[in-house]
Design a protein around this ligand. Sequence first.
Ligand SMILES: NC(=O)c1ccc[n+]([C@@H]2O[C@H](COP(=O)([O-])OP(=O)(O)OC[C@H]3O[C@@H](n4cnc5c(N)ncnc54)[C@H](OP(=O)(O)O)[C@@H]3O)[C@@H](O)[C@H]2O)c1
Length: 310
Amino acid sequence: MFDKKQAVTGAFGFTGGYIARQLLEKGQKVVTLTNSPQRNSPLQGRVEVRPLSFDDVPRLAESLRGVEVLYNTYWVRFNHGESTFANAVRQSLALFEAAKLAGVERVVHISIANASTDSPFEYYSAKASVDYALKASGLCHAIVRPAALFGAGGILLNNIAWALRRLPVFAMFGTGKYHMQPVFVEDLANLMLAQGSLREDTDVLALGPEDFMYKDLVATIGKAIGCNRRVMHLPPQLGYLGAKAIGFLMRDVFATQEEIGGLMADLLHVPGAAPTCPTRFTDWLAKNADSLGRSYGNELGRRRDKTKRY
Ligand SMILES: NC(=O)c1ccc[n+]([C@@H]2O[C@H](COP(=O)([O-])OP(=O)(O)OC[C@H]3O[C@@H](n4cnc5c(N)ncnc54)[C@H](OP(=O)(O)O)[C@@H]3O)[C@@H](O)[C@H]2O)c1
């Protein structure tokens, strides 16, 4: 099945790194399309590197020539400068057009659980637009939908641990009685590769086996890392101001209003859905408690310094 080259967007990044590593371990040739060709990564020298030249579809298609499966991780976390959801939608469509021109056999694309064109949150509505475009493209495809990810290099759960380590009290948005169903990034990569070997259109959830109430997740992390902080329940707007202050100090965006809204609207889990990925966050946490949250995961820092390792 895997005779040709496989393409991964962002192989020097988070999910793309795990996908590319698993492909290499299976003896595959990998080309990465990236905005950060010089990023420090153990995969440097092991994968062919091409630019994510969204404004030049023929060049993008040339980079995808001879590719069997394109694993697409490309997205932006929030609107910032030129990096906007609207641009990410356009760029994703350009990538699909190039894949079609290049004769790529299958696209395995990461979307998100609960994507919807009706969503009040642009992250989710823009993701849904890309999903629809891929479905309408005629490309053989898989859409894979995680809710929230954990693993080395991830930001979300790492920065909860970082806040617990650094701050005397933990500010909870509202009651904390909303959910998060984290999935291990290596399980996601595994699921993506399994989807890569199929030749029918699929749309699958990537959900871990544990579904936490957010307040319990924070307490679980606090206990594991030895930082059981007092929790202060804040109105979300006030919590957002706190997040803005952390962002200002760290020269980052710690959490956006949208992210807080999506979390509180329970979009980071899928109630009643069967888990599709095996690794329990609590098991991973027990093994990684010493390192989780030791350093801050800086989203904008990764964009400012494109050589910095994830
Ligand atoms: N992380 C999570 O918790 C989570 C949860 C649910 C779904 N997802 C989805 O998983 C996919 C991968 O996420 P990830 O966390 O693994 O992302 P990532 O590795 O940080 O980035 C993935 C790709 O997008 C590019 N990119 C990211 N932000 C960018 C920006 N502001 N400007 C230009 N390019 C940018 C990266 O560029 P480079 O080539 O320069 O690295 C890379 O090619 C996304 O589709 C995301 O929506 C993630």
